[in-house]
Write a protein that binds this ligand. Structure first.
Ligand code: NCD
Ligand code: ZN
Length: 349
């Protein structure tokens, strides 16, 4: 847009194509952070119990909408948690009724609340065939869960063991390879047709695995898939800022209270919703790619999902923004992404 100056950037309102809101009081506490920035968000279904049928998704959507601050225009886009027992008819009906925007494949036990996930991808064939026929997007947590596979290799191994096969068997299925963390995933997505895309989180653009493991264990830099070595981070930054329509914004904001992160068996997940856009923008600025920010944040996602772009815009302005060491959520502490750091942009009023 031509109103931009070196200190102000106006873009079409962005969307978040992957995040976790949770439910209850936590959900009511975190929804406003996202609704402040984004027009829509793809809401993950890994509640306990998971959101497996359209009726549950419709009720969950209503609870989220009730948490959106008055006067704010925000639309949650719901997903169906695929299991070994998913009913293709319920999924297709839910999509036709506008309840489901996508379905989510968690390999069983890959991450938080995924115990009900798919135990054998081959069993999902009837569901995937139906999704391909109906044009329902498949969002994939792409990591194998086999104990013999090193945690740093689980994404690359998922491509070899499962993703290539899914894409070969269902060539017209729309697939989002979510929160990619490796150069292998970047290359794979680039070499697929236009019906395969990927989301990238802010944390995987900012940190490599040293940030998690050097100088003491850093639980607030731990999420799944785990951050990988520096070569992978650089490949992700190149992909995100390249202007390619195959890569778009998905924060994977995953709120966990401080007490369940800072413990002997800490939860995976980074709570990045409070300063998500500012975090991404820092990366685009460092890469000298501000002209590609709007595509990544606001245009490529809707184009992939076949949805209109948001009608309004958002302006970011240069300012020193100190990120608090912690925030309060349900009367408890939660540590936001970039805690204690200063960011260089803020959302203008
Ligand atoms: C997510 C969560 O906490 O729900 N955690 C994470 O580390 N990203 C689950 C997920 O998306 O893997
Ligand atoms: Zn996630």
């Amino acid at each position: 847009m031509n109103t931009n100056t070196p200190n102000r950037l106006t873009i079409r309102r962005p969307d978040d194509w992957h995040l976790h809101f949770r439910d209850g009081d936590i959900m009511r506490g975190v929804v406003p952070y996202t609704a402040r920035q984004f027009g829509r968000a793809i809401v993950m279904p890994n509640l306990s119990p998971p959101v497996t049928i359209a009726a549950m998704a419709a009720e969950y959507r209503d609870r989220i909408l009730a948490a959106v601050p008055a006067g704010v225009d925000f639309t949650p886009l719901m997903t169906c948690y695929l299991t070994d027992a998913t009913d293709p008819d319920d999924l297709a009906r839910g999509a036709a009724q506008g309840i489901f925007t996508a379905a989510k494949l968690y390999p069983a036990n890959a991450t938080t609340n995924s115990a009900h996930g798919v135990s054998d991808v081959a069993k999902l064939a009837p569901v995937l065939a139906r999704m391909e026929a109906e044009g329902i997007v498949l969002c994939i947590h792409g990591e194998v869960t086999d104990n013999d596979i090193d945690v740093f290799d689980r994404e690359a191994e998922f491509i070899a063991r499962h993703l290539r096969g899914i894409i070969a068997d269902f060539p017209n299925l729309k697939v989002v390879f979510e929160h990619i963390t490796t150069a292998d995933a970047v290359e794979f997505v680039q070499n697929c047709g236009p019906n395969v895309a990927a989301t990238i989180t802010p944390q995987h653009l900012h940190i490599n695995r040293n940030a998690m493991l050097v100088g003491g264990i850093q639980p607030h830099n731990y999420c799944l898939p785990v951050a990988k070595r520096e070569t992978h981070r650089l490949a992700l930054r190149a992909a995100a800022t390249s202007g390619s329509p195959k890569f778009f914004l998905g924060t994977d904001s995953a709120p966990h209270l401080r007490k369940v992160k800072e413990t002997s068996c800490g939860c995976a997940g980074i709570f990045n919703a409070p300063f998500a856009l500012e975090s991404y923008l820092a990366v685009f600025e460092e890469e000298g790619a501000l002209e590609h920010f709007e595509g990544f944040a606001s245009l490529h996602g809707p184009a992939f999902y076949g949805l209109p772009v948001n009608a309004d815009s958002i302006t970011l302005e240069r300012a020193e923004v100190p990120v608090p060491d912690s925030l309060e959520l349900t009367g408890e502490d939660i540590v936001p992404w970039h805690a204690g750091q200063t960011l260089g942009w803020r959302i203008a009023d």
